[in-house]
Write a protein that binds this ligand. Sequence first.
Ligand SMILES: *Cc1c(COP(=O)(O)O)cnc(C)c1O
Length: 228
Amino acid sequence: MSSLADRLSSVQASIADAVHAAGRSADDVTTIVVTKFHPVSLVEELYALGVRDFGENRQQELSLKVKTAEVPEARWHFIGQAQTNKAGAIARAADAVHSVDRIKLAGALQRAATAERSAPLDVLVQLNLTDDPGRGGAQFDELEPLVEEVLSLDALRLRGVMAVAPLDEDPAAAFARVRAASDRIRTLAPDATAISAGMSHDFRQAIDAGATHLRIGSAITGPRPNTA
Ligand SMILES: *Cc1c(COP(=O)(O)O)cnc(C)c1O
């Protein structure tokens, strides 16, 4: 069995190869290790190995880990579907929210960030690459009004776009649509350059398509416990 350190360095080497092959700079790509369902001890082991960016998709687990893990310089990324009644807890715990997909949620995060934070909350708008609203994310034609709303909210700082590639589509084609959404968003918000895309099985294609933030779980952490 490979160790956590082996898996981390092997994924980091694959990322470095893909970034180089794409003619991009390593500084432009941040790897977020997704630790959902794993214990606090795994977060601390990853931190000891140099990881600083962590991703969680459930508010309660995020809040618990932020409170209990001894990882003083960690940055926490909330990447899951958010209910508006959890906005306060998310704004308290997260450094960035990647999954803003509707105007109502943006408003809830604005109120929460105003109450809970001294600095603006970094947010990304999530694009749904399927027709299934249950997958989370806004449809392509809903992005522009959502972006305009976020830009009007002073406690939120728009950083870019996030998406999850569907399993039944060529990832390169899916990420090309994310890239097109990013181009569109940057005409409205030139500083919103982040593209959060790419997971364990498709990060190479995401890097080719310009991803700036990879969200990688199982390839580094191993299989998730208790997800059956
Ligand atoms: C779980 C999750 C990931 C990581 O998935 P892996 O396939 O384990 O790399 C990335 N993004 C989101 C939104 C997730 O929920």
